[in-house]
Design a protein around this ligand. Structure first.
Ligand code: SF4
Length: 466
């Protein structure tokens, strides 16, 4: 599975306070978070009393060059990579969003999705507020700007208590950077230190690239100020931690530590549990790269079957790729994946992927494997069937398009043309994750939403909230 087959990455945020070359380090941090959003990238810096911003559609490395980074002086910077989840994919919606307020200029970068943004926006607009973007994140800055609280942290706390849903945000202000997570801590946000400068990032893989040390996660319901004085934490809400399990299934990078756990280790544990739940009579375990890699390793280890790379991924596929005019079978998938005939020919394989969204990608991969002479394909999926859409910042197809919501496992098996099909159970996934159901968001697998979602949205999905 991957971005093209249904689920798409959402956003990544980064910040560094009181550092030489702040914009350059933010650039590197965003580079490491590129997998979380490929549509736009932006950096804002604080120079004296001014906030400067550079944003553009495109990849981090294409958006920024030396000249552009040199237009971002200052010792404090925040950055954002975006895949639009709310608001159209327009340059106006690229972040950081910059806002002049009575408390000085503010810049905001947000990962997640606010479920009541529309309602708040309607209220604000009816009292005269002018919005410059269609992005849900802008309501936070409007609320901060309107707050009568005595200081910025209190105004921010007040604003955050009004918005509901998922938010891991960084706000750049004269006072430093404020990093905050929603009370459910749905999206990740980690703190680190680089040569004495405090840093914050969506994932710890950003710290590795810039040579920072991981300190701790921002707690759900916590605001932490990053400044010359280091970290100043403050709680604005009681924590009801329900982190997104899909970060571990697919979104986060395997070399990151997310919600206190190694992503690679969790994926291996999913695969091992899958092998116990759905063993297969096979010769070899083959991952769908890259998404099924670690789960396949876990499956192979647990089952005692050999592991082999029977599919190769072309990592250099750009978005400007032009498809040829004459039709070639399974072209879209072939550009990205190719079977290694010598590995799969005549073999019974266990094919491991992290999820099946619409089913079309799995079907094409299996067809390619059959054309390469595979013996049998036993498809194993390291998460349960996807039955509902995400309202917390992951761009999922509608319920109607999700094959797991509309067809039985046997019907899906027939559709993808596998010899057998097994999904990890919700209980198995949670056990491998090491968290109970009431302390985890599994809504896309169960339809049970930990943060109440507006009625009309839920009716569309046929789900309930808890
Ligand atoms: Fe994550 Fe799924 Fe919950 Fe969205 S619905 S936050 S993708 S577990």
């Amino acid at each position: 599975m991957g971005p093209s087959s249904g689920f798409r990455d959402e956003c990544g945020v980064f910040g560094i306070a009181d550092s030489e070359d702040a914009a350059n380090i933010a650039y590197l941090g965003l580079y490491a978070l590129q997998h979380r959003g490929q549509e736009s990238a932006g950096i804002a810096t604080l120079d004296e009393d001014r906030v400067l911003v550079e944003r553009e559609m495109g990849y981090v490395a294409d958006v920024f060059n030396e000249a552009r980074l040199s237009r971002l002086p200052g010792r404090t910077a925040i950055g954002h990579v975006r895949y639009s989840t709310a608001g159209a994919s327009l340059l106006a919606n690229a972040q950081p969003i910059v806002f002049a307020t009575g408390r000085g200029p503010l810049a905001l970068a947000h990962n997640g999705n606010l479920v009541n943004a529309r309602e708040i926006r309607r209220n604000l607009e009816s009292s005269g507020a002018l919005f410059t973007t269609t992005s849900d994140s802008e309501v936070i800055l409007h609320l901060v700007a309107r707050s009568k609280a005595p200081d910025l942290p209190s105004a921010l706390a007040e604003a955050l208590l009004e918005v509901h849903g998922a938010y891991s945000i960084v706000v750049l202000a004269r006072e430093g950077i404020f990093a905050a997570r929603d009370p459910n801590g749905i999206r990740p946000l980690s703190l680190g230190t680089r040569e004495g400068s405090p840093v914050v990032a969506s994932e710890t893989c950003a710290f590795d690239l810039i040579g920072a040390r991981f300190e701790r996660d921002v707690e759900p319901g916590e605001i932490v100020r990053l400044s010359r004085e280091g970290f100043s934490p403050r709680r604005f809400a009681v924590s009801h931690s329900t982190p997104c399990i899909f970060e571990h299934v697919y979104f986060a990078r395997p070399d990151s530590k997310v919600f206190g756990r190694s992503v690679a280790a969790t994926r291996e544990a999913f695969g091992a549990r899958l092998a116990r739940e759905h063993p297969a009579q096979a010769d070899v375990v083959v991952p769908v790269p890259d998404s099924g890699l670690y789960a396949a390793l876990g499956f192979a280890r647990e089952s005692g079957l050999p592991f082999a790379l029977g599919l190769v991924r072309n990592h250099c596929v750009g978005r400007t790729f032009i498809e040829p005019k004459q039709s070639i079978r399974h072209f879209g998938v072939k550009v990205k994946l190719n079977p290694v005939r010598e590995v799969v020919e005549g073999k019974k394989i266990v094919l491991v992927d992290d999820s099946i969204v619409r089913g079309t990608t799995s079907r094409k991969i299996i067809q390619m494997l059959r054309e390469a002479g595979v013996g049998e394909v036993h498809m194993r999926v390291s998460s349960p069937p996807t039955v509902a859409s995400c309202h917390y910042g992951i761009d999922t197809p509608t319920r109607r398009e999700l094959i797991g919501a509309n067809q039985s496992v046997e019907e899906i098996r027939r559709f993808i043309d596998a010899d057998s099909l097994g999904y990890l159970s919700p209980e198995g996934m949670l056990e491998a994750f090491g968290r109970p159901p009431q302390a985890t968001c599994t809504a896309c697998f169960t339809g049970v939403y930990p943060v109440e979602v507006p009625e009309e949205e839920l009716e569309k999905e046929g789900a309930v909230s808890r």
